[in-house]
Design a protein around this ligand. Structure first.
Ligand SMILES: [Zn+2]
Length: 602
């Protein structure tokens, strides 16, 4: 059976058609979600196997000439990738929550919760085409059709597929490479920088283009060390292994050193791959102002503008509304994205609550070789960063960020942007609920008027959905109150930090250090030791990958997913939990602000 992208909306559509995937092998196209969601949902719906293919509509000739003439995925190109249930927990499936060291207590493979429940295989569009062409039954809705020269039908059958998968279940060592430059003044405050070194096949772009920048940063530090430089704080560089198989190297390292990292980690800076174009940043909004400042000082190799300016101009050109355009013109900082999952920052930000940033250049290097054999030197030097200009630019960006934090007197936290961003998320939650109410009310009205019955095709009758309960009003007051306190504390801290910047020379280092300790602790207060509902490994209450979107981020995830999945009681409980965390966070910031004010007044 063809299930389009194999996401929840597609199964809702199938239900309306009255078609079930029970006992079928489903074929889904890549896109619209992280790939691991497709077999997870297929298994939940009763399918016995899952094929995933790259349709040229999303990933292939539809966009441009295929490789080797052009940058796009050829018909035989296969996108590999993990399908482990990472929204439950990443890392070794046999050691959730603890480091997979040689003597670690391991689950039996039958108890591992993140391995797929049904066999799954990625295939090329050339291999998918005859399978899709052999399906009969209902013609797929227009939005389900790809770019192959066939009539897309849903099935089921009549063709049969033999799916046989051989897996290697050996336990093998993987190798992280960790380099430490000890801090001369605050050795127990760590700035951590990472990029994975393992690849699917050749991996010129993913991960070597990111690793190369990291190597360049280290070369520069060794040059500085030779001249007698010593960073104030400890710098830790990590080359992760096993990222592609499920963030194995970074997750297991973080789990093995969790207690130490909770005490010492100041910031984690990640990259994964790099290309030609614009700086993209996602991460903790407490560091939005900081990374914007770095970006204003880095020159774009092509336009000679700052990389910040280039990103801003692009944002203005692509703004979706006049208001957004106006805001981008007047705002002096980036609006950085929130982190979901998909690379090695996951364990840092989601499991421990360590502030994290993910950096990379791209956007002028369109192409489709992701996770395939075609991600090689030829592709990279013909279609991506062809003259290696953006490798040094990434090294300058990440390296400057690391050096600034390592040597900062007062750590560069800013809570005004953070508070403003969390308030936006909160507004989104309220709008989400209102939108659901309107939508369900409208659907119920249509149902009463018999709109669904009127569109029924006599051969394939639509199954009319039942009238649904209108979502109740939720009590957002605890969150509203916490946000007011947070905004006030953020403003107070920002004022104190400005005063400090003018008088810092006169302030004794020990007093600033006490403030820094509070700042580091503030990130941890946004986590809960019990974790998110149904997935205790994910402890961050502000950022998480979506349970049914995979890489895609869900902000204030406990509340948002409870609303989306219509678990109203849980939504109200989560509102209270998030509000309590934000209040504790605000109280600590307020106390850091008054400490800082005192140091300046003296
Ligand atoms: Zn990668």
């Amino acid at each position: 059976m063809y299930v389009n992208y194999g996401i929840p909306e597609d199964y809702e559509q199938l239900e309306r058609f009255g078609i079930s995937v029970k006992g079928c092998i489903v074929i889904a196209r890549y896109g619209a979600s992280w790939r691991g969601i497709k077999p997870k949902l297929a298994a939940e719906k009763g399918a016995v196997g899952c094929l995933i293919y790259s349709d040229p509509k999303e990933d292939g000739f539809y966009h441009g000439d295929p490789f080797p003439e052009g940058a796009w995925r050829p018909k035989d190109g296969v996108q590999r990738g993990s399908v482990m249930d990472m929204p439950l927990h990443p890392g070794d499936p046999l050691t959730p929550g603890i480091g997979a060291t040689a003597d670690a207590k391991r689950l039996d493979i039958k108890e591992a919760r993140t391995l797929t429940k049904i066999p799954v295989l990625p295939i090329s569009s050339a291999d998918a085409q005859p399978l899709l062409a052999s399906l009969s039954g209902k013609v797929a809705p227009e939005s389900w059709r790809g770019a192959l020269p066939i009539t897309y039908k849903i099935g089921p059958g009549p063709s049969k597929v033999h799916l046989r998968i051989k897996s290697n279940w050996d336990i093998k060592p993987i190798h992280d490479v960790v380099v430490t430059i000890p801090g001369a003044v605050y050795p127990d405050e760590w700035i951590i920088r990472g990029n994975h070194h393992d690849a699917w096949v050749n991996g010129a772009q993913d991960p070597v283009s990111g690793v190369a920048a990291q190597m360049e940063e280290l070369r520069a530090y060794s040059e500085l060390l030779r001249r007698g430089w010593k960073p104030k704080r400890t710098i830790v560089y990590c080359l992760w292994d096993g990222e592609e198989q499920g963030l194995l190297g970074s997750t297991e390292w973080v789990e093995a050193h969790a207690d130490e990292l909770k005490q010492k980690a100041v910031l984690y800076i990640n990259s994964d791959s790099n290309g030609r174009g614009y700086l993209g940043v996602s991460g903790s909004h407490t560091h939005e102002k900081f990374i914007s400042g770095v970006a204003r000082d880095i020159e774009d190799p092509e336009t000679k503008l700052s990389v910040w300016k280039r990103s801003q101009l692009r944002g203005i050109a692509h703004a979706r509304s006049p208001e957004e355009r106006q805001e981008l013109r007047s705002r002096s900082d980036f609006r950085i994205g929130a982190l979901g999952s998909g690379s090695d920052y996951t364990a840092f930000i989601d499991h421990l609550g360590v502030a994290s940033l993910d950096l990379g250049y791209g956007g002028e290097d369109g192409g489709g070789i992701y996770h395939s054999i075609y991600d090689d030197y030829y592709w990279y030097t013909h279609f991506s960063d062809t003259d290696f200009k953006y490798g040094p630019t990434l090294a300058q960006t990440a390296g400057t960020a690391v050096l600034r934090i390592a040597d900062a007197e007062l750590l560069p936290y800013d809570f005004v942007n953070f508070a403003e961003t969390v308030r936006r998320y909160q507004d989104e939650l309220k709008k989400l609920l209102v939108g659901m109410r309107d939508q369900i009310r409208e659907r119920n009205r249509q149902l009463e008027e018999g709109v669904f019955a009127a569109t029924t095709d006599p051969k394939q009758p639509l199954v009319a959905p039942k009238a649904e309960q209108i979502p109740p009003h939720l009590n957002f007051a605890p969150l509203d109150n916490a946000m007011d306190v947070l905004s006030r504390a953020a403003g107070q801290y920002s004022k104190a930090a400005k005063k400090f910047a003018q008088k810092s020379a006169a302030v004794p280092a020990s007093e600033v250090e006490a403030v820094n300790q509070k700042l580091i602790r503030s990130d941890r207060l946004l986590t809960s030791s019990e974790g998110l509902p149904g997935r205790p490994w994910f402890k961050n209450l502000i950022y998480a990958p979506g349970f049914y979107t995979g890489y895609g981020v869900k902000t204030i995830p406990g509340v948002r997913e409870a609303i989306e999945q219509k678990r109203w009681k849980e939504a109200e409980q989560e509102i209270v939990r998030v509000a309590a965390a934000l209040s504790a966070h605000a109280a600590l910031i307020e106390s850091a602000a008054s400490d800082l004010e005192k140091t300046v007044r003296k």
